[in-house]
Design a binder for this molecule. Structure first.
Ligand SMILES: NC(=O)c1ccc[n+]([C@@H]2O[C@H](COP(=O)([O-])OP(=O)(O)OC[C@H]3O[C@@H](n4cnc5c(N)ncnc54)[C@H](O)[C@@H]3O)[C@@H](O)[C@H]2O)c1
Length: 272
């Protein structure tokens, strides 16, 4: 039997939820009936996303917070609990990278990567699981990793190490939190269009052409597809799933080492 996704009466919180993947997740949860609390450094974008949530008839709350600081994450979680009395879904989405070969990086940069990608996830998980245990309502935690967490990533090795750590943590938590009826997931996107990706310079025509060749489904992912996946994982339709990492990559990792020939369109080894 198939059913539609209904998250009415549930509450989701999203770190870095003002724009990009975090906003796509927040809007999808709201579209399926959940109220949503967004924590982000960007108040202007956050308030726009909250307005879009409220336009759907749900409650949206914006909390200004910097995920580099664990005390601000704790305050964000406390505010969500104060507003709604419960938290059902945590989307650990805040994250980021700078591109540089490891030997050209410095300790300050390593620690910043670890703080934004890993420590923020640990702090939010710790605070939210305490709430979920007190309310005994169970829940879902989604950690936004990356395909870089599943392969070597020259030029962003520390980011990749953090994203791999997120996947490992997701697995451990699936076991530790199962008796609390908390399910955990790691998402591993390759490329979905977001403001961050535009800034990163990954949206040029040459990039689209390259994607047609290396991604089996020939294109990047979009907001609807990403949001639908998040909503599905949060729903009872995914009640028997936990501890898994899901590649949101159009098949790119499945075809690692191959691309379509520019001349014939046939798959060929990258360096035959
Ligand atoms: N977009 C992709 O294709 C892609 C691929 C792989 C992984 N990811 C991961 O997805 C997540 C979101 O990526 P995105 O492309 O949507 O990024 P983005 O840069 O478009 O958006 C990031 C959001 O986080 C907020 N933010 C930035 N620093 C913050 C901080 N210190 N504290 C709180 N909020 C902060 C920004 O204001 C923005 O709203 C990241 O963890 C990223 O590593 C994205």
């Amino acid at each position: 039997m198939t059913k539609s996704i209904d998250l009415t009466g549930k509450v989701g919180i999203v770190t870095g939820g003002a724009s990009g993947l975090g906003a796509y997740a927040a809007l999808a949860l709201a579209e399926c009936g959940a109220d949503v609390v967004i924590g982000d450094i960007d108040r202007a974008e956050g308030e726009k996303t909250v307005a879009a949530i409220e336009a759907m008839g749900r409650r949206g709350v914006f909390v200004e917070m910097n995920a580099l600081h664990t005390d601000q994450i704790e305050a964000f979680v406390a505010r969500a609990r104060q507003e709604f009395g419960r938290i059902d879904f945590l989307i650990n989405n805040a994250g980021g990278l700078s591109r540089r070969n490891f030997m050209d990086t410095v300790e300050k940069s390593w620690r910043k990567h670890i703080d934004i990608n890993l420590v923020s996830m640990l702090a939010a998980t710790y605070a939210v699981v305490k709430v979920m245990r007190e309310t005994k309502t169970g829940g879902v935690i989604i950690n936004v990793s990356s395909v870089e967490g599943l392969r070597g990533a020259p030029g962003c090795s520390v980011y990749a190490a953090c994203k791999a750590g997120m996947i490992s943590f997701t697995r451990s938590m699936a076991a530790e939190l199962a008796d609390d009826r908390i399910r955990t997931f790691a998402l591993a996107p390759d490329i979905v269009e977001t403001p961050g990706m535009v800034k990163f310079g990954a949206m040029g025509l040459e990039h689209h052409a390259a994607r047609e060749r290396y991604i089996p489904l020939r294109r990047m992912g979009n907001a609807d597809e990403y949001g639908s996946l998040v909503a599905f994982l949060c729903s009872d339709m995914a009640a028997y799933l936990t501890g898994i990492d899901i590649r949101v990559d159009g098949g790119a990792l499945a075809a690692t080492g191959f691309q379509r020939s520019a001349k014939t369109g046939e798959w060929e080894l990258l360096h035959p």
